[in-house]
Design a protein around this ligand. Structure first.
Ligand code: NDP
Length: 399
């Protein structure tokens, strides 16, 4: 059916590529392109014998001209961006210049400002409309599946949604005293930033990790959850009409937070460049270099993740509560594609989003957040492709 150019060769990219190869009728040909060619080759070698034809290429995705050359050579139907959020705009520019559809899993963040917002990518709406191409933003798990869960709830179960609590729990254990489950730089920037949630048409800001609750998650049990700012809040606040409050909660163990506090206190999480033996280094990037590579956690991680949305609102004049979630088992992900569940839960929805676009089920033109499209075909594919979801109509609520 089509050709996909996949940019990035990290933990998430590896899952996307495995899943594309499980669906060779849709993904007939792919090109894996990243900064380090050996990583692209290593993934390709793991998938030798696959029906999907695989090429590799070296590319610096900060360089739009280099991307344009690569797109012109490979002529993909879609570019799947699973590099880092810093590359979103250069890749979108290359898609515009070549007339190719675009998909990503994380919104743009300028390297020098630890603040992710959709404003930069939403500013491309007119250009994508005029070019007649589609950009699908945030097709991972959160944002991604959580946003589709909200659209599905809106379509099938509510006349009005008032409150959304997104809960992201990882009860997996990799055995290291401290490691992050996806890119450490992106992860630590997110957690050490101020928290915020949406209430009555405005942002309410909190100190980093200031708000904590205990939530009893199905199949995982009670966990400490902390309020974070998260990018899907911004788009859901626009797209779920009448919503009064949206909050995002994530689990962290005490051990993880103690390590993080120490690293923060000694300056290791800073993104301000410092002089070190005659050269400028960014402490957080140095920290990333000494921490375990998230892609290496796969064989060590045991346990489950549970990510879902607790939604409250009104149906037929009566109050209704609804909880929709996915439970994913780290060991099962590893057995299937050689990655832990965090990469898996991001990579599978990225593949499904691309499938929706290649099949013409989700079409632009323009720049869209994932909850703007019909959730039903995506929800069906989640069940088929390894991320089955469960529902409850009497969940515990978060106060
Ligand atoms: P990794 O760090 O494992 O992989 C990133 C990849 O991008 C690496 O292969 C890296 O190359 C490559 N890359 C970085 N900069 C460039 C560049 N300038 N040109 C070309 N390639 C580049 O990250 P993850 O796989 O864990 O995460 C990938 C994306 O997924 C991130 O944007 C992350 O924010 C997002 N994500 C989204 C989630 C969601 O639920 N929505 C959850 C988790 C992650 P090299 O190896 O050479 O450094």
């Amino acid at each position: 059916m089509g050709k996909a150019l996949i940019i990035g060769a990290g933990g998430v990219a590896s899952v996307v590529i495995h899943k594309c190869c499980q669906n060779p009728d849709v993904f007939e040909e792919i090109c894996i392109a990243s900064r380090t060619l050996e990583k692209c080759e290593a993934i390709k070698n793991k998938l030798a014998g696959s029906k999907t034809k695989i090429q590799t290429a070296q590319v610096d995705a900060d360089n739009t001209d280099m991307l344009i050359d690569l797109i012109n050579k490979f002529r993909p139907d879609i570019v799947i961006n699973v590099a880092l959020p810093y590359q979103d705009l250069t890749i979108m520019d290359a898609c515009l210049a070549t007339g190719v559809d675009y998909l990503d899993t994380a919104n743009y963040e300028p390297p020098e400002i630890p603040k992710f917002e959709y404003k930069w990518q939403w500013a491309y709406k007119d250009k994508f409309e005029k070019a007649g191409i589609t950009a699908l933003l945030g097709s991972g798990f959160d944002p991604g599946v959580t946003s589709v869960f909200c659209a599905y709830a809106q379509k099938h179960y509510f006349d009005e949604i008032h409150y959304i609590d997104i809960v992201d729990a990882n009860a997996g254990d990799h055995g290291y005293p401290f490691a992050t489950n996806f890119n450490p730089e992106i992860n630590i920037r997110e957690i050490t930033a101020k928290g915020s949630y949406w209430e009555n048409g405005d942002w309410v800001e909190t100190e980093p990790l200031e708000l904590k609750r205990v939530y009893d998650l199905p199949e995982i049990g009670p966990k400490d959850v902390y309020l974070l700012h998260h990018e899907e809040i911004e788009s859901l606040a626009l797209n779920i009409k009448g919503v009064k409050r949206i909050r995002f909660w994530m689990t962290f163990s005490e051990k993880y937070l103690t390590h993080l506090k120490v690293l923060e206190n000694v300056g290791m999480t800073s993104i301000e460049p410092i002089d070190f033996e005659g050269q400028k280094i960014i402490p957080l990037q140095f920290l990333k270099a000494v921490l375990p590579d998230p892609a290496s956690l796969g064989p060590r991680t045991k346990g489950k993740t549970n990510i879902g949305c607790i939604i409250q609102g009104i149906k037929d004049g009566k109050p209704r509560t609804y909880y929709v979630y996915n439970v994913c088992v780290h060991e099962e992900c590893y057995a299937e594609v050689g990655s832990q569940a965090i990469s898996y839960t991001t990579g599978v929805p990225a593949m499904i989003g691309a499938m929706m676009m290649l099949k013409g089920i989700w079409k632009g033109p323009g720049v869209f957040n994932i909850e703007e499209f019909d959730p039903d075909p995506f929800m069906e594919e989640l069940n088929r492709c390894g991320l089955p979801w469960k529902e409850s109509f009497s969940p515990e609520l978060i106060d």
